[in-house]
Ligand binder design. Sequence first.
Ligand code: NAP
Length: 229
Amino acid sequence: MNILITGANKGIGFETARQLGLQGHRIILSGRDEARLDKAAKALSFQGVLMDTLMMDVHSAESIETAAKTFSNSTFKLDVLINNAAQLDKADNSLLRDDERILSETLTTNSVGPLRVIRAFLPYLNTPGARIINLSSGGGSMTDPVGGWSPAYCVSKSLLNAITRHLAHELEPKRITVNAVCPGWVKTDMGGKSAPRGVERGAETVVWLATTRETLTGKFFRDKKVIPW
Ligand SMILES: NC(=O)c1ccc[n+]([C@@H]2O[C@H](COP(=O)([O-])OP(=O)(O)OC[C@H]3O[C@@H](n4cnc5c(N)ncnc54)[C@H](OP(=O)(O)O)[C@@H]3O)[C@@H](O)[C@H]2O)c1
């Protein structure tokens, strides 16, 4: 399969690329910084992963359009699109007191960004059967108890969950599936050093959803099980 992963130069995205690449899938490794992307690409090539790189800053509509235009020159279509890139602002503490810029930038990267990526790459998805996987978070759940941490980030993942459900419905006639995944609390630059999970476990459900023979859509998963929105 041909698999595009956004924000894949480190963390869960990189590990997802590594695991799927080692299974023999072709990876389109995407990132916003050329040097960081090249370093990640070298590390994957060294492990024998078949791969292309694609520069894309998901915060920028223009960058997403440029990336889609670049991709349109490819001789193949995408089987899986993984919206992994996201930001968590260290100063994200209060919806009432924080500078509105934090909420606005977080929503643009984490919610509107994935939607824009899907819109831009839709013509290049294989139909029927293509899969879209959005990296969400338990922090975006409307049923988990509110933890009081990074509220703008949590709101952005609630919105991403809502977008996931609506797109699953809208893309059903094309038989494109759309799901959200919470990777759990994972040791990465975003998750921090205290997180109990390693990246292997964090990527596990994404890799499973990308490759399972089951047709699943409009759902939210953690540890390969459906969880409440
Ligand atoms: N770690 C956790 O505990 C946890 C828990 C729940 C959900 N998640 C979700 O899992 C996904 C991966 O998180 P992670 O823990 O692996 O985070 P991470 O280590 O901080 O990696 C985030 C990745 O996203 C990229 N990125 C950020 N903003 C971008 C932009 N505007 N355009 C393109 N790429 C961008 C980063 O690129 P740069 O290197 O250029 O910054 C990096 O490659 C995210 O969606 C996150 O919300 C993580």
